[in-house]
Write a protein that binds this ligand. Structure first.
Ligand code: ZN
Length: 304
């Protein structure tokens, strides 16, 4: 625990006081999905900077000086929370010296705080790998969670930028309407997937499965964040003989080899899912994220 006191440099304080009224709100998002959501809700009122790309493992990010500098300049930090960024965000916040984006401040928004978490451990045992005590943090794979986060994030934007509160409220209601329509379309498209047994490489999709009614019958990582050994892969393959799965799923940022090994040896497709905005060519924005996720699941799962 680092107890170095936080002190906003005087120059930063003076700058904040002299900003012109029309300056865009500087949003620093930890992951692409929250950057995309802030952009949807803020439009030209916000200047969004995203810490990670869809091809990076969000659990494992280096607290580089460039990220510290962006945290220092942020008016609002928007992250997943639920300990996803526990290895790097506290360092960014501490090193930034930016008092207004510290945890508990209005300038600090944790998306996972506003959704119901799955996989919350009944007892905390760090020997079980990189277990998230706050529950599974990968909440963005369920569009119902995106809707909840959008509502809360719009309220927060109004709070930190009250001069534009009416604009944020209007953009939120427009987004919510388009999102509800998209969710109805996705639910109809995904109906054939219901009950489908699948294998995951990482426990990255529990919220997606909860939404679509997919059944996770095995996970390739023996513990969260631990690469599967050959022996472990073989044991999963053996277990699947009794309880077959239709496909194995991995996130765009992951090394595909464990999924490809299982694909070859169990004779089921390995399906790459975008996981977040930018993970695949089709996942250009939040709508594309779910359009492409469903297209990939349906292409691999329905014709068999
Ligand atoms: Zn994880």
């Amino acid at each position: 625990m680092n107890t170095k006191p936080l002190a906003a440099p005087l120059s930063a304080l003076l700058l904040a006081l002299t900003l012109p009224a029309h300056a865009a709100l500087r949003v620093f998002a930890c992951e692409p999905e929250w950057g995309a959501l802030a952009q949807e809700l803020g439009g030209s009122l916000v200047d969004v900077s995203v810490a990670t790309s869809a091809l990076q493992d969000p659990h494992q990010i280096q607290a580089r000086p460039s990220l510290i500098a962006r945290t220092r300049n942020a008016d609002l930090v928007v992250c997943t929370g639920a300990e996803l960024e526990i290895g790097w965000l506290p360092v960014l916040l501490q090193q930034s010296g930016n008092a207004k984006v510290q945890a508990g401040q209005p300038g600090h928004f944790a998306a996972a705080d506003v959704v119901r978490k799955l996989d919350v451990p009944s007892q905390l045992d760090r020997s079980q790998g990189d277990v998230h005590a706050a529950g599974n943090p990968h909440i963005q794979t369920d569009p119902r969670n995106i809707a909840l986060v959008a509502t809360a994030l719009a309220v927060r934007l109004q709070q930190v930028d009250p001069a534009h509160a009416a604009d944020y409220a209007k953009r939120q209601s427009d987004f919510a309407q388009r999102w509800q329509q998209a969710m109805a379309r996705w639910a109809a498209q995904a109906a054939p997937l219901k009950g489908m047994p699948v294998v995951s490489q990482h426990k990255a999709f529990v919220y997606l499965y909860d939404w679509l009614g997919l059944k996770e019958v095995a996970v390739l990582e023996p513990k969260p964040g631990v690469e599967p050994s050959a022996a472990h892969l073989q044991s999963v393959q053996a277990a699947l003989k009794g309880a077959p799965a239709q496909m194995v799923l991995y996130a765009a940022y992951q090394d595909a080899r464990p999924s490809e090994w299982l694909s070859k040896n169990a004779g089921i497709p390995a399906v790459k899912l975008p996981f977040t905005v930018g993970g695949t060519d089709g996942a250009r924005d939040l709508f594309g994220l779910f359009d492409d996720t469903l297209a990939r699941l349906l292409a691999a799962g329905v014709k068999r």
